[in-house]
Ligand binder design. Sequence first.
Ligand SMILES: [Zn+2]
Length: 576
Amino acid sequence: MFTPRGVGNPPPVRRDHERDQYRSARVDPGAGRFPCGLFDAVLLDRDGTLIEDVPYNGDPEKVRPVPGAREALDRLRAAGLRLAVVSNQSGLARGFFTVEDLRRVNARVEELLGPFDSWQICPHGEPDGCVCRKPAPGLVHAAARALGTLPTRCVLVGDIGADMIAAAAAGAAGVLVPTPATRAAEVAAAPAVAGDLPDAVTQILRRIHLVAAPAAPPRRGTVLVARSDAAGDVLVTGPAIRAVAAGAQRLVLLCGPRGRAAAELLPGVDEIVEWPLPWIDAPAAAVDPGDMRGLTDRLAALGAQEAVVFTSFHQSPLPLALLLRMAGIPRISAISDDYPGTLLDVRHRVPVGVPEPERALSLAAAAGHALPADDEPGLRLRADRLPPVPAGTGEPGYVVLHPGSSVESRACPPELATRIVRVLSAAGYRVVVTGGPGERELTARVAAAGGLDLGGCTGLGELAAVIARAGALVVGNTGPAHLAAALGIPVVSLFAPTVPFGQWGPYRVPTVRLGDAGAACRDTRATRCPVPGHPCLSAVEPGRVLEALRLLGVPADASEPVVAWPAVPATGGVMR
Ligand SMILES: [Zn+2]
């Protein structure tokens, strides 16, 4: 039965029991159904998502489930997922109905839709400034706690932007099911969109199935994995690389020069082969036959029994697959829409829109490699590889602003970055501005507004170390965002919509997305902003960054990172 928060009812007493159930489900794959479980729980908004929205309804007779709701929820239950309702009910604060009315309405919902494992209700009004009213993430944290899991292992289904903001701010996944009342901007900003509740459930179950590998005995020998391109690409492939490493005696990673530093930080990697692939890098170099023969010889010398070639959706694995064949590698797996002929043994295909880490995990699964049951599908780094922070960085708890990006259209406009530093520092935040050696001029200009300039002082490892001690990172859609995700550090994401947010946004880490998700550059994949003035980001008000930090529970002037919410899963370390 539901327990309204803050209106006098005792907390649910089933928590320990539920946690025990959760634990037993995790250690017993038979009970857990999915050896690599992507989610433990689905959180559902009530009005407009589970039932037709009747404003301030206190009458059980007016409860009308949305079409297909019962059957859809039963599919989630059958898959072993816990269900919770997360609902704003400001009608309580406004006196439009009583706690008893609400109890009867929720009982009617359970009568029609079956039982929920937890009810989390915000009884407050907007002026109360509580931490539970969505878009604040309090209900998501409370639901995860009540279900004995973590927000990052939950997915929230809702019908408005506040639901998606609350989910992301807690580190949970989100699926928006718009109604006619949902604003276009909310639809544009959502990480995933479904046509109706049954469709949302289908999407969630498909994502779970995609990354679940059949139980296979660990294989012996050397496995080669390839992930070319930049640091961010390598970082989001981390969970898949760990899955492959779990079943291999030795894992060799083939990466390009731009991904090398990230590859050094990944758990599970035993050896790195750095070799630029001219058909991947941009601008592309000419193909040198001697260089390709050198690469083929190097790969042949590895003696790998198997190769898994990871790519972005716009890249073809087939040129490398041909070289791997010539190097004599007997089993090759990759995602390919193009007909691979005899180049691939496992040709995998993935629907569009799946988050990149899951897309890569799904290839690992198709190749027969699952994450061990005690590993979590989030990004991770080797803590033992993090160098000390540069001298003078200061005590932990600062906010890092990383204005640059190797891709111009995804960087924070310098003028906006300057204003953000000014506003944050006036609000009492210590701001640390980071950038690569080529960005010293930029960081100096931005930090002059009131931040500490670490421009040029950090390689990728030092940058990770600096971010690891931050309260939050403010950054565009670029590599450091994925470092923060791997370290469990909340992200204020200034996300240019040139690529889909649901695919490339910070993964399984508390995040607030800012910027115009419906701007004209949307889905253009442009590397230089095609719209004069870069309006998707330059129109962001710096005050929104302050609001975002509050939603994320990151206070100003903390000598240590103060996490208002239960901490995200432990990071770093582990594995060889
Ligand atoms: Zn509240």
